[in-house]
Design a protein around this ligand. Sequence first.
Ligand code: NDP
Length: 447
Amino acid sequence: MSAETIIQAVYEQVLKRNPSEPEFHQAVKEVLDSLGLVLERNPEYVSAGILERMVEPERQLIFRVPWQDDKGNFRVNRGFRVEFNSALGPYKGGIRFHPTVYLGIIKFLGFEQILKNSLTGLMMGGGKGGSDFDPKGKSKSEVMRFCQSFMTELCRHIGPDTDVPAGDIGVGGREVGFMFGQYKRIRNEFTGVLTGKGLEWGGSLVRTEATGYGLVYIVNEALKAAGKDLEGMTVSVSGAGNVAIYATEKVQQLGGKVVTLSDSNGFVHDPDGIKLDTVKQIKEVERKRIKEYVSIHKKARYTEGCSDIWSVPCDIALPCATQNELDEAAAKVLVKNGCKVVGEGANMPCTPEAADVFIKNDVIFLPGKAANAGGVAVSGLEMAQNSQRIPWTFEKADSELKNIMVSIYKNASEAAAEYDCAGNFVVGANIAGFVKVANAMLAQGLV
Ligand code: NDP
């Protein structure tokens, strides 16, 4: 059977076994489409059923999360943890609280996480979790009660050597704190069971900044390879959360100008460059909407709705909000306006059609698996510090992060070239991530 036929059969089985989960299908298809030549050159992956095993999570947990709101009403949400693959280490991946969360979203994220974690070179398997709970508009007490209830069930399934969750959309330092407190209370142990913890109680310096900084480090590496740098570049960023804020900060430190940010209601365009202190005050301290920005900076403009954000001319686009936020039409507009580099800060923010437009037009396209791996990389470093019981300095953690991002760039580039796709970082990242996991699964027997 040809590699193409095998891949098609695996994909059809995924569709059949996981109906109505389009995001999961999309994530799997993108990876499978990169692997034809890998299977031809490594028939042992085929005979050992590596693909069939890799697309099936090792364990999927779905649970009820009952909680009480401030008015005393009983509320119920659904919790998920998908422990996808532990070939390279304990399951590792964030927890997302957002009303759009359902099993298919968690599976897509968990599947991506396997290869992303592999790319970091650290000992981490892949997993992801979350809930359809919407933290927006909830009081701090409500969020705490929800997190405690969520962890009351989750704590049976995780542990520092088993499964180590972290934050994601809707889950930041505050929520990690509430969940960690509940885990400690029930299990009576203080361990590195979650990453993204507060600095005084086991967190790592640079974890907060890591995904955004790492994204810009890898973009910078790609620019360097093209004989350029960030100095004077105009950059469009979407989102206004953890990833977007720290990507903006690093772009500014390296001499670039970020002109946009957004949230799910709309986007701001500040032609003079986004003032990050204002954004941090609005989003991190006051937890308000991004449109507040224009009441402080009068030259900036706010546009309701997010789709037009990519029509703002830029040299570099960094989608940092959510999946499928940048479609084919937006990609064409970016190319027309001269955009030369796209780095995915979010997970799968570009649709497959958008990614094709970039690749066909020689835009350097850095997929999320590689480009946003800095967050989980520093989470891995947090685990190492927790095991050692010794915190590292900011400089040490930041320099490790930089080294990891540089080596991800190098490994993805080399894998792309080795498999006849030089310059295609989607294929390169998929192959470099996959081969390590596949070899570990082969070595570990029928797992
Ligand atoms: P945050 O919750 O901190 O911020 C998310 C931002 O994206 C907010 O501005 C939010 O706006 C916006 N957003 C969320 N959903 C939508 C939507 N449906 N449409 C438009 N905008 C939306 O999350 P993070 O910054 O942590 O995560 C952003 C992305 O990066 C996600 O894809 C996540 O999986 C990925 N990622 C995050 C990592 C991390 O370390 N945090 C690591 C690797 C990847 P609003 O407030 O209106 O919801």
